[in-house]
Each structure stands twice: as C-alpha cells, then as structure tokens.
Design a protein around this ligand. Structure first.
Ligand code: NOJ
Length: 777
C-alpha cells in the first residue's frame, strides 16, 4: 500500500471520531476474523477490515448485507419507505439501478450522513452490453469469436459505468444453455463450454481491468459478477426460472468451467441463480456455495443473491418462511441479500436465538467491506461520481466506433445463394425495403440495454440511405406488417395478430424491384428475462408476408433481428440470403449497411445451433453418440432419429459465410502420437480463393474415441480468427497437448487417458473435410 493511501485511510479513520479511533487502535491487535480469507491477500486491507468490523454493532453489520434497488432518496430527501427507513439506520450496504455521477453522489451523501462509521455504499448495476453506448447483445458479440473485441467492449462499458457512479457490475452472465426457447440465451455466449469459458475470461478482464483484473484500485475498474451460479440456463423446457436437474458430471464438465475461469481471472463477485438445482434451490445450496465455491475453488470474493431469491425459497418449498430462508442462505455462504429483506429483518433474531453465530455474519461482512476498501470507497466515497469525467466518457467517439466494429463482427451470414449479396453500390438496382425492422429503432438495442438511449440507435433505413446516397441503388419502402407485442397485463403475446393490410403494398413494391430486402425479427421484449417462447419461428405474420413476397419471384435478402436461434426452416428453403444481425445496438443500421453493401465482409460464426424445429431442442453440436447412432447416408430402422425431421440442425454451431471463399487443405500432424509432457503440432493451409479480402474463424475439434466417461462426438478445443487478403494463403498451427484431451473423470478430477483421437480443423462443426487421427500413449 502506498504511503499516501495509508495516510488517506488514517484521515478517514480520524474523521470517524475520537472514540471510534481509540477502538480502531485497539482493534489493531485483534486476530483476523475466524473463517474469513481475504480476496486480496493484502495484510493492510485485512487489518482495515478487521479493525472496522470490530467497531461495528450487530445491526450495522447486518445492514451491510442488505441490498436495495435505488428508491430510498429519489429526490435527495430520504423517502419514508422501507429502504429509506433502513438508510436512516445506516443499514444499506449496497444499492443497484442508480446511475449518473450527480445522482449517485447525492445518494452516497445521504448514506454518509446516516452511517455512524461512515461506511460508503457500494453502487451496482446490470451493465450487460454497454451503459450508454450500447454494444451488440452478448450472444451476438460472442459470434465474433473475437476475444480481444469482447475485452474492449467490456472495458468501454466499465469506463462508462464507473464514470456514472457504478463500481459493481452484475455481469458477465456466463450460464451455459442449449435451449433457444430460454429468453436469456441472448445474454450468454452460446452452447460451447470451451468458447464460453474463453468469453467469460475476456469479459471479466474487460470489466475489472485488462492488465491486472484483481487490482480494483483505479476509478475506472469495477467488480464483475459471475452469474448465475449455477445451472440457470438448464431451466426445464426452456421456461425461465424453471427447475433444473443436472448430473454432477455435467456440472463439472459443462456448467462449472466458465465460473472457474472467472475466478482464475480474479472475478470479485458471484450471483446466485434462481433455479432449484437437483432438489435444492441454488440460493441456499451448500454444496454449490460452501463445498464447491468456497472450499474447493477457494473463492474469497462476495456472493450476492439474485433478486428476491431468498424470499423465493418459500415458494420453492425449501424454506418455511423468510426467517428460515435467511438462515439457509447464510449457512450456504451467501453474503448479501438482494431485495428480499431477509437478512436485515431476521439475522439479528437468529443470532439471539443461537441459530446462527455472529461469527458467520462477520465473515460475510468482511467480504463486503474488503471490496469497498479495494475499490477505494473509504478513501473517497465519491470517486466514481466525477461529473466532468462522466461527460467526457459517455458515448465518446471511440466507444461509438467500437460499437460499429462490434456490430459488424457479430452479424452472421447464414445463407447467400448465387451471391445475391453484397448489393454493390455501383450496380444500378431497384431495391424494395420491406418489413417491420426497416424503420424499427426501439428494439435494436435488445434487452438489458440498461441506459442505452433507444432513440439514438441507427435504423436499417437510415443506415442504408446514408450508405447508398450517392450510388446507383434506389430504394422503395413498404412496411408490410408490424411486430407482434407482448400484452403488458397478461405478459403473453398479444392475442390480436398484426393485420395483413400492408401485404399488398409490400408485394407491389417487391414486384417493381430487382431485389427485395426484408428486415424482420422479434420485438426486443421477446427475449431476455422472463421471455421464453415455445414456438421459435418468426413471430406473427412475418412468415406469411415472406410467402407473399416469394410469389413475386424476386430474390429475397432477409435480415433478422432477434435474441435467440430461431426456427428458420421455411426461410432457409425459400429466401436467397439470410443475415442474422441479432440486436446490434447503437450502430445497428450502419453495420447492416456495411454488410449489405460489402463494405464489411461478414466474418461471424454461430455460437448456438439453429434447429430445424423446436422439437429438436435441445440440439447442440457436441452431443454424445448413442449406442445406435443414425447415419443419413445409410438409414436403418431402430436407430436414434426422428421419423419426421433429420437429426442434423438447420445451421450448425460454427457456421457462418463470407463473401469470399476460404479453402482448407493440407491438414498435417507433426507426429501421429504423443505422450505425457509432450505435444503434437497440427497445421493447415487456408487460402482465400474468392474475390474479396476477408476474415475466417478456423476451428479445431477433437473426438476421444474411447474413454472411461463417454466423450461427445466432437469438442471444440481451439480456434483462431485470421484475416486473409484475396488470393492469400496462410498456414495456421495449433499445439495439441494434454490439456486439449483432458476431461473430467468419474471422481470429478481432470484426467488424461491413453487412446485414439480424431481431429478436424474446419470452418464449422459440421464440416468434416479436413480430418486426421492421433494417439496419446
Ligand atoms: C434479476 C436477474 O436475474 C439478474 O441477472 C439481475 O442482475 C438482477 N435481476 C438485478 O437486476
């Protein structure tokens, strides 16, 4: 610790007052809090935490464990509501959903006024894909497979958030999920655990500081939250909040790794998940929080519940009442209660009744206080409230440029028959722009665009008009139909379907054009939290409109805006090109125009499988073989298949086209075998054989043929994104080592077994062309 900082700390200790200072000095001799291991391992910080804790009353300690949404001082005056009353007692440790340097300063001032020991409040928020500068939704951004880009957008989000008062981010969401019905797949990184783990690392680093994520001392870094621990994405039937049943093997193989990686990168906090996991709700799950997180992974950061999750233990049928819930959650190892008021209302009585000990509370409070010290809040409670910095940082040009770059790299070209795309500026063409997303603005940011001003996002029409202004391409426009909405009362899709009145004008516009560009998708409320769907086709009558347009015989380019893989079986058969644009954020229209015109050559690849229909769900590339695998080439009875649809997906994990062609050839292994401590080099030649420069995501998959725990048919183990000029050839090399062939054994430890392995280096998970085998002895 620098001398300056220590002096600052002393100053604030002196401010607390003479009596308190005396106990502070005395506290210097006390032992560390039994059962508490610090996150930082910094003795000076431990000393401060220990000292401060020894001065606190039980009420003050419990208050630190209490988190509210920011409604206690809406106008500067402390409200007469429940949270306002707790504030006046100095009993709120953290608040979320407050933004703006001045606003947060005002709330912090109120807190400092009422906190006897001047303990600053920790301000949190869900900054999922940007604060004001809205980047593409996380699922989209993951399709860039560009970890550096993801680090940079997370960094930008952290820069904006910390300038706006926020020091704790409820992101990244690193839940694995295989179910496109679940609306929250939009927040994650798709279905692959290897990629998901790398993305988790990138986002934690971006939020907490790329150089040294564990150092939270700068005022532009914040605490990231690994959420939701764990299994939330396995919600049965894809219905949000639903129960989960996941084998221990699956937890270790698939659901845990992104969280372990987040810890390795220094993540400061975890959030519980809403789901019942194997009979015990995650929020009170001792196995998860005590055995795994604390004891096995040595995580010493802060754990917060999800919103009202302790209260929900009652509905789960796990807690008798809120008091019982408080006890169960604390015993499981939870430090902070979001919204339930379970801790603040009941922990004191539980201590008095001897059901829990004050020592258990001390451990939780120590974790909370440590974070506040590390963030520098005791040195200056207003260090994230600099209005000047806020003005400079929010939506600055650099971030806006980054939003465009991220949107371009996120859009997946799913199909492009006869090279209908790009629509070149120099070719005289009449293009009919049709569909509810041509002029749509509000939905472009997608869900969780927490402060992204929806009125600022660039529409498709605006982007195209600007791009083709001085070109020979001429547009006509007909909306055709509307997006169906969700009824705010029933929370279901509105019963009244959008009308077909606009179809005729759309068909007429199409008939008069050379190409039809259709922009369709889901209203943004159709994905995200509490937005599960049982039918994942295009909502409303959009497909009907496409069918009407199809009859004109004109080439159709479909640009899609949605937050989940959709069932595009009809569209894939019947339109000529499909661009999956997801929800691209602020620069949506510009990025679409760059792709449509070919000014940007699409490079993204899917991170989640697109099924042929919802009945195939869950469908993912790294499934296990059955004892009766089905072979399309040689169909046979009594095999694992459907009688009404193929086993294969519509668009596989890793699929994504470019306007150029990449040829893969000459896969070679340096050796055909390796042994402990050794490795093999795999190399492949990639040639850009098309007419444009482009980028390609080269993917390496491995299959372990025989193992003591059966292995998936293939697993992604490495990838590299390369840029190739037209005509350029590059050799890409990967090192195959023990880590690449390791897996979780039956005793839940990582093991490596001797045997035969298959390997593919390919452009997609369903591309088998470049294949080799090797063995490990
Ligand atoms: C509920 C969501 O599940 C969680 O992800 C979020 O952080 C909290 N609400 C707070 O907004």
């Amino acid at each position: 610790m620098s001398l300056m900082k220590f002096i600052n700390w002393k100053k604030s200790a002196i401010l607390i007052g003479a009596v308190v200072s005396a106990s502070f000095v005395q506290a210097a001799d006390t032992d560390k809090i039994p059962g508490w291991k610090s996150y930082s391992g910094d003795e000076q910080v431990e000393f401060k935490v220990d000292s401060l804790l020894s001065m606190m009353t039980l009420d003050e300690k419990i208050g630190q464990m209490n988190q509210y949404s920011a409604n206690f001082a809406p106008t500067g005056e402390v409200a007469d509501n429940q949270s306002g009353l707790y504030l006046k007692k100095g009993m709120i440790g953290s608040t979320f959903n407050a933004f703006g340097a001045e606003n947060v300063r005002m709330l912090q001032e109120q807190n400092m006024k009422y906190s006897r020991l001047k303990i600053p409040m920790l301000f949190a928020a869900d900054v999922i894909h940007g604060l004001e500068t809205t980047f593409p939704i996380p699922l989209a951004e993951a399709c860039s497979w560009n970890l550096d880009l993801m680090e940079r957008t997370a960094r930008a989000a952290a820069e904006e958030a910390t300038a706006s008062g926020v020091a704790w981010n409820f992101a990244p969401m690193i839940d694995m999920s295989f179910d496109p019905r679940w609306g929250r797949v939009m927040e994650g990184a798709g279905e692959d655990v290897f990629l998901g783990t790398e993305v988790a690392r990138a986002r934690v680093k971006g939020f907490q500081g790329i150089e040294n994520p564990s150092d939270l001392s700068q005022n532009n870094t914040l605490i990231a939250t690994a959420k939701h621990f764990v299994g939330y994405g396995a919600a049965q039937a894809g219905r949000d909040y639903n129960s989960t049943d996941i084998s221990e093997q699956q937890l270790h193989e698939t659901y845990f790794p992104p969280f372990q990686a987040a810890i390795e990168e220094g993540v400061g906090s975890f959030m519980t998940s809403f789901n019942d996991l194997n009979g015990v709700p995650a929020t009170a799950n001792k196995y998860l929080y005590k055995n795994i997180l604390r004891d096995s992974w040595n995580f010493n950061g802060l754990v917060v519940t999800d919103y009202t999750a302790i209260l929900e233990l009652i509905a789960h049928g796990y807690a008798q009442d809120l008091k019982h819930g408080a006890q169960l959650a604390l015993e499981a190892g939870i430090d902070m209660d979001m919204i339930s008021e379970a801790f603040v209302a009941h922990l004191k009585a539980l201590v008095e009744e001897g059901k829990i000990s004050e020592g258990q509370i001390d451990v939780a409070v120590a974790r909370i206080l440590e974070m506040k010290f590390l963030l520098g809040l005791f040195d200056d409670p207003y260090r994230y409230c600099d209005a000047m910095r806020e003005q400079e940082v929010l939506m600055n040009d650099k971030f806006v440029d980054l939003a465009l770059e991220a949107a371009q790299e996120s859009m997946v070209l799913l199909k492009n028959d006869h090279n209908v795309l790009p629509l070149k500026k120099e070719e005289a063409k009449k293009v009919a722009l049709i569909g509810p997303f041509i002029n749509e603005r509000e939905s472009l940011n997608g869900e969780w665009a927490i402060k992204g001003d929806r009125s600022k996002s660039v529409t498709v029409k605006e982007g195209l008009d600007a791009k083709y202004k001085k070109s020979k391409v001429k547009f006509t426009y007909a909306k055709g139909t509307d997006l169906p909405l969700i009824d705010p009362v029933t929370q279901k899709v509105a019963v009244a379907e959008p009308s077909e009145e606009g179809f005729a004008a759309a068909v007429e516009a199409a008939e008069k054009s050379d190409v039809v560009l259709v922009a369709m998708g889901e209203n943004y409320h159709w994905s995200g939290e509490a937005a599960s769907r049982s039918d994942i086709t295009l909502p409303g009558n959009q497909r009907a409109l496409l069918k009407a347009l199809k009859k004109t015989g004109k080439p159709i380019v479909l640009v899609l805006f949605n937050g989940r893989p959709l069932d595009l079986s009809w569209e894939a058969e019947n339109v000529d090109a499909i661009v999956e644009a997801w929800y691209p954020g602020l620069m949506a229209g510009n990025a679409v125009a760059d792709i449509i015109s070919g000014d940007y050559n699409p490079s993204a690849k899917l991170v989640m499988t697109f099924p042929r229909n919802v009945g195939q769900v869950p469908i993912f590339y790294n499934q296990k073989n059955t004892g009766r695998p089905f072979n399309d080439q040689a169909p046979a009875d009594y095999r694992s298949n459907y009688i009404d649809v193929a086993n294969t997906p519509l668009y596989a994990f890793g699929h994504g086209l470019s306007y150029t062609n990449f040829e893969y050839s000459n896969l070679q292994l340096s050796e055909s075998a390796f042994s402990k401590g050794g490795s093999i080099e795999a190399s492949i030649d990639i040639t850009n054989t098309g007419d444009m420069d482009g980028e390609e995501i080269v993917q390496l998959y491995i299959h372990d043929k025989v193992a003591s725990v059966t292995r998936p048919v293939k697993e992604l183990k490495a990838f590299e994104k390369i840029a190739l000029k037209k005509g350029e050839r590059r050799q890409v090399k990967f090192t195959i080592d023990e880590e690449m062939i390791a897996f979780i054994g039956l005793d839940k430890e990582k093991i490596v077994e001797a045997g035969e392995f298959e390997l593919w280096i390919s452009k997609s998970s369903d591309d088998q062309s470049q294949y080799a085998t090797f063995s490990f002895q």
